[in-house]
Design a protein around this ligand. Sequence first.
Ligand SMILES: Cc1ncc(COP(=O)(O)O)c(C=O)c1O
Length: 316
Amino acid sequence: MIKYVHSDIRGPLYAKAMEMQAQGRDVLKLNTGNPAAFGFGLPDSIKRALEGHLEEGVGYCDFKGMPAAREAVCDYERNKGIRGITPDDVFIGNGVSEVVSFALQPLLDRGDEVLVPAPSYSIWGNSAYLASGRPVFYTCDEQSGWYPDIRDIRSKITERTRAIVVINPNNPTGVLYPKEILEEIVEAAREYGLLVFADEIYDRLVMDGLTHISLASLAEDIPVVTMNGLSKSHCLCGYRCGWMVISGPRELTEDYRQGIIQLTSLRLCANTLGQMVIPDAIEDMETPASMVRPGGRIYEQREAGLTGSSRTISVS
Ligand SMILES: Cc1ncc(COP(=O)(O)O)c(C=O)c1O
């Protein structure tokens, strides 16, 4: 299946950029959302969380993740309205990327299909191939505010469809989905018995007074795997810190959960230093909030992008 795996921004464009850089040309890399490369530093809360605790991360930890981290994630996701979960439903990984790479494997048999948004964040479609499946792309239509086209989604569901991926807020479109759109997707998943993967890594970077709704909070009766992490909210991409939370009726999720247990235990554990900062990061909602309010770096960059203004944005 590796022959189908392809990503322009992680493949040919990246290779070209490296080539140009080797020739001494200055290359601005927008292929990866890597805040540190643009001057976003380590938040004080994270610095404090690590101070004096480095010894605690020396050994392997539980393959699901460190207990304090799983408890903090569980509280966070419960506060987002996801009901019926315990820390046992939380699996910490080396970034959302790693949990995505596990996520499809227990679910797919050869040729099974996963509905994936287009335009897309490339790891999802490629992970479907790597799990012996096939991504089927549904349209997020620019003419409709980049919202997922529910009719297109429904028209692409076949007897091989196993799951639907929802990235909200979306990368690359940047759009936040309203409750009605999420409910329509949940309804289709319910009707056809699909598992929903909700990639919500940008949920704390929402602007303009809007509120992010966790898809799983609208879908207590169906299996949902919610993904999130600290790469964007706390600019900690390099710490490789992400998680997945399995929610929904236990009888529908048990086999899947066992598959995830096998995969995560085979790789022993996720990076412990990243996990050690999770409780403090989740406590520190000021860091993401400060970036997306007026005067904050991300807010001001968005404004500059929209208005074409060239005023200087200070790096803080
Ligand atoms: C939608 C989406 N999901 C997942 C990831 C991967 O994040 P991580 O650094 O946690 O692996 C990204 C990174 O840009 C992303 O945009």
